[in-house]
Design a binder for this molecule. Sequence first.
Ligand code: PMP
Length: 420
Amino acid sequence: MAPASSGNRSSSTTSFWSVLLATALIASASTAAALLLLFPSRRHRRRSPPPHPQEQEQEPGGGYAALIGNTPLVELQSLSKATGCRILAKAEYLNPGGTSKDRVALRMIQEAERAGLLKPGGIVVEGTSGSTGIALASLCRARGYRCLIVMPDDQAAEKVHLLQQFGAEVEVVKPAGIANPNHYYNRARTCAQELGKEAVFMDQFETMANFHAHYHGTGPEIWRQVEEGFGGLRPDAFVMSAGTGGTIAGVSRSWKERREGGREVRVFLVDPPGSALFNKVKFGVCYAREQRERGVRRHRYDSLAEGIGLDRLTANFKEAMVDDAFRVTDQEAVDMAHYLLQNEGLFVGSSTAMNVVGAVRAAWEMGEGHTIVTVLCDSGQRHLTRFWRREWVEGGERGLKWPERPWTDLRFLRGGEEEG
Ligand code: PMP
C-alpha cells in the first residue's frame, strides 16, 4: 500500500507540477506574444506596411502610366563624404516624362476621369512652367485627350519644342504677376472656360490631387527605400524647393505624421531669389523684395531657376510642414550643377542644383551622422539653351560666372541666409 500510496502521492504531485508547468508555459507564451505585439522586432517592423499613409497603387492594366513612380533613390557619395551625413536623392527625372510631374499629371487626370469631368475626346488644359505640361501631354497621347498648355516665355525653349512634339497645343505668354489676367495660370483657366464643358482645367497649384500624388506616392516610397536600401536607416531631413508646393507638402506631411520612435523629421524649404516663400517660413510674411521691382525687370523672378519659386501661397504649399528655409543664390546653383557633373556624373537642372545646395546646408546645420533626402527634379538636358549655356548664364544682368574649372570641393557655398 505504501508504495501505492506513495505512488498516488507522487502521481498527484507530478500532476500538480505538470499543471503548474503548463500554466507557467501558457502565461510566458502569452506574455511573449503580448510583448511582440507591443514592441515588434526591428526586422518585423520593417516588413510590415507603414501604418500611414498607404503607398499609391499602380494603375491596373500597365501601359504608359505603369512607368510612373518607383524611381531610384541614389546616394550622392561625394557629398556624404564631404558632410559626414548620408545625402540621398530621389531620381525623379527618371520618370517617363522626365520629372515628378508625371505623378501629379496622372493623379489629376485620374481624379477628373473619376469625377466624370474628363470624358473620351475631352481637352486637358493647364498653365505650367513646362514640366507639368510635358507630363500631361504624354498622358493625353496615351489616353486619347487633346491637350492645351499655356506657359511663360522665360523658360528653356526645349520645353516648348517637346510639348509640340508630344502633340500639345501651346500658347506662350509674357511673364506677368498673378493679379494680371494674362499670367499663364489665369490665361489657362480662361481658355478652359472658353472651350466649354469638354475642357478641364487641371489647376496644379490649387488642386489637392497634386498633394495626394506625393503624400501617397513620393513620400512613402522614399521612406521605404531609405529603410530597405540603406540598412534600416530612417530619413532625418527632407530638403526641397517649391514650384506649386505639392512635393514639399506631400512628402513633409506623410513623414511628419509617422513620428516613429519619437523622432520627428526636419523639413527645409529651398527658395530661389525673388520667391516670397523664404520670408513666409522665416518670418511669417509672404514677401520678396523683388516683387516691388518686378515692374522694371524683364523676369518675373530675378532667378535663373526654372519651375520653382512662388509669389503667393498656393493651396498645396499651405499643406506643407516646414521647419526652416534656405535662400540659395543663382551662382551657388550654377556652381553646384558643375560640381555634381564633375564629382557624381549627374547632369542636373537648376532646381535640382538648388535642392542639393540646400541638402548640404541641412547637413551642416544638423551635424554629422544624419540622413538627408532631397530630389533630383529634372535633367540638364531640359536646360541646354539656358542654365547649361555659358553665354546665357554670363550674359544677363545677374553677374554670374561660369566655373573655369569644375569644383572638386564645396568652397563655393556661402551665406545666403539673411533676407535679401
Ligand atoms: N523642379 C522643376 C523642374 C519643376 O518643374 C517643379 C514643378 N514646377 C519643381 C521643381 C517643384 O515641384 P512642386 O511643384 O512639387 O513644388
